[in-house]
Design a binder for this molecule. Structure first.
Ligand SMILES: CC(C)(COP(=O)(O)OP(=O)(O)OC[C@H]1O[C@@H](n2cnc3c(N)ncnc32)[C@H](O)[C@@H]1OP(=O)(O)O)[C@@H](O)C(=O)NCCC(=O)NCCS
Length: 180
């Protein structure tokens, strides 16, 4: 599908829903037998990418992973289930929500352990940005997430602008220090 065709498509949130299940093995854990935070972020990134691929049907890169809540530890031997879907599509970027549950294999008890928001950007094989299809939220929850995603984007944009100003100020200071 070329970019022009892609930006004319409208997809539902349901068509982007993705899921992954992992068994937590010793290599995934710290010395207390709990899942490592970095490993959990890796699983979140992968599950987020699946929804982004389903929405964009092109290459995607992770632009940002913000707001992760690690609510409860995940134990060695637990079954980890991650679910993702696109909350909102912008021009070339998409906000994805990922929710994670752990299941104790002996008791069958399931607990919510983490949630995260990620931004993926659609790119072509040369890394050039690509427009993504529009997303149509249908259910009340999808409509609420769609509205919340816009507020989070505005917050991210302000933060990016602030960081960019800070980098410029630091670069100017470094170059004046070098000259003296
Ligand atoms: C993400 C990336 C493609 C953005 O490229 P860029 O030229 O800096 O982007 P722009 O400022 O023109 O913004 C392009 C889009 O990305 C979004 N974006 C860029 N940086 C972002 C950030 N830090 N957080 C959220 N969104 C971001 C912009 O909002 C914009 O979205 P829109 O087209 O829907 O309006 C580029 O920074 C990159 O390649 N980063 C490295 C990605 C990577 O290696 N990820 C890890 C491995 S997959």
């Amino acid at each position: 599908m070329n970019e022009q065709d892609r930006s004319r498509v409208i997809r539902t949130v349901a068509s982007t829903q993705s899921e992954m299940t992992e068994i937590i093995l010793p290599n995934d854990t710290n010395t207390l037998g709990n899942l490592l935070g970095g490993r959990l972020m890796h699983f979140i990134d992968l599950t987020g990418a699946m929804a982004a691929y389903r929405h964009s049907r092109t290459h995607v890169v992770t632009a940002a992973m913000d707001h992760i809540d690690f609510i409860r530890p995940v134990r060695l031997g637990d079954l980890l289930t991650l679910k993702s879907s696109v909350n909102r599509a912008f021009t070339s970027s998409m906000e994805i929500g990922v929710k994670v549950w752990a299941e104790n294999t002996r008791t069958g008890g399931v607990v919510h352990v983490a949630s995260a928001y990620l931004v993926f950007v659609a790119v072509d094989e040369h890394g050039r940005r690509q427009n993504v299809p529009e997303l149509l939220p249908e259910t009340p929850d999808e409509i609420r997430r769609h509205a919340d995603a816009l507020r989070r984007r505005e917050h991210r944009e302000r933060e990016r602008a602030r960081q960019s100003r800070e980098r410029q100020a630091t670069a100017a200071q470094d170059s004046s220090e070098l000259k003296h």
